[in-house]
Design a protein. Structure first.
Ligand SMILES: Cc1cc2nc3c(=O)[nH]c(=O)nc-3n(C[C@H](O)[C@H](O)[C@H](O)COP(=O)(O)OP(=O)(O)OC[C@H]3O[C@@H](n4cnc5c(N)ncnc54)[C@H](O)[C@@H]3O)c2cc1C
Length: 327
């Protein structure tokens, strides 16, 4: 285990924080040793992937563990990938093996191990659409077992792993993909982007990479954690009230008859696009993303988030929930 380690390479916001210990593990025995060591010494511990969905509010006084596991196997149309595999690499790997479905989830930063935690999603697809089961290490009873997808409480940017942090460490995920390509064009801007041309999985993959590269800041250049807020979900009654007041409001019907509102639009309507608080700012090209222009602290980002939440609540009566995990 390394001692007093900078976490700058382990958080895409680029905050200057340290961990008391950092461990890289490659097997369950090492993982079990760390959990036991932490419990015995009353130290907090946390498994981290690429740090693209975390906000460290200060130095971490315990053990940060990174899973250096990289195996991918294919069994028929099922693909199993270990936690340390880069998510985007898995998407590319699946397409190279003529297994389809993940193309809409191209270029989401981070690791396979974190993908179930907030049920990553984009452009009309989400992790849960493909999940068969997840191999976990249960830190409560130090056992390893498979959790079937229907036991993971997957929801919009949510799962049992997010609800009960540290209970389960994800070792690998098994995904059911398709041999036959069926285009998922449920996200209208994607459909428009690909209009009037034959659609292939590779075209969707390339289009999504292009859209994302144009829209989202590259964390290696401008610190950020992607969407900072979840898109709020409201009832049909609230939707009708909002539409009566704001006819341009982007609002989308969900499978359960609730309605999802584009949080970026709400923030923009509050005049906050590009708003800056020191080095913490609302990204000029996509107001759902908060960025670190260099020396912002987590507290400044959270203060900025608080200003946004208050303004959106005051104008629209809607609460915005923070998406990344605050540590
Ligand atoms: C530019 C940008 C764009 C993004 N776009 C999207 C998007 O379109 N859709 C989307 O859903 N997300 C998006 N995100 C958020 C992020 O990419 C995902 O949440 C991703 O899954 C995080 O992976 P990570 O390895 O960086 O996780 P980390 O940030 O390292 O960890 C996230 C959480 O998962 C836990 N965790 C990590 N590994 C394990 C494990 N093996 N077992 C148990 N718990 C674990 C951590 O403890 C932490 O609580 C974006 C982020 C950025 C920076």
């Amino acid at each position: 285990m390394q001692h007093n380690v900078s976490l700058k390479p382990f958080n895409t916001f680029g905050f200057t924080v340290t961990a008391k210990y950092l461990a890289h593990v490659t097997n369950i025995e090492q993982l079990a040793d760390i959990v036991q060591f932490a419990n015995k010494n009353n130290l907090p511990y946390l498994v981290i992937g690429s740090g693209s969905n975390v906000i460290f509010t200060g130095d971490f006084a315990g053990i940060i563990t990174h899973l250096d596991t990289n195996k991918i196997t294919i069994n028929g149309t099922q693909i199993t990938a270990e936690a340390g595999v880069n998510w985007h690499y898995l998407v590319q790997f699946s397409l190279a093996n003529q297994l389809y479905g993940l193309e809409n989830l191209a270029l989401i930063p981070g690791t396979v191990g974190a993908s179930p935690v907030q049920n990553i999603g984009a452009y009309g697809a989400q992790f849960a659409d493909f999940c068969s089961h997840i191999k976990v290490f249960d830190t409560k009873n130090m056992q390893t077992y498979d959790l079937e997808a229907d036991k993971c409480a997957f929801a919009y940017r949510d799962s049992i792993f997010k609800q009960y942090p540290n209970r389960w460490i994800i070792l690998n995920v098994s995904l059911n993909l398709h041999k036959k390509f069926i285009a998922n064009l449920s996200y209208t801007p994607l459909k428009q982007h690909l209009a009037h041309q034959p659609i292939t999985a590779l075209k969707i993959f390339n289009a999504i990479c292009e859209i994302r590269n144009n829209k989202l800041p590259n964390p290696t250049i401008l610190g950020n954690a992607g969407s900072f807020f979840k898109n709020p979900v409201v009832t049909a009654n609230i939707k009708t009230e909002l539409q009566a007041k704001y006819n341009a409001i982007p609002i989308y019907k969900q499978a359960d008859n609730s309605y999802k509102i584009a949080a970026a639009w709400l923030i923009e309507q509050c005049g906050l696009k590009g708003y800056r608080l020191g080095d913490a700012a609302v990204y000029q090209h996509q107001p759902l993303v908060l960025v670190n222009y260099g020396a912002a602290t987590a507290q400044e980002i959270l203060d900025l988030a608080n200003i946004i939440q208050n303004k959106v609540r005051a104008k629209f009566g809607i609460s915005l929930d923070i998406e990344p995990i605050i540590i």
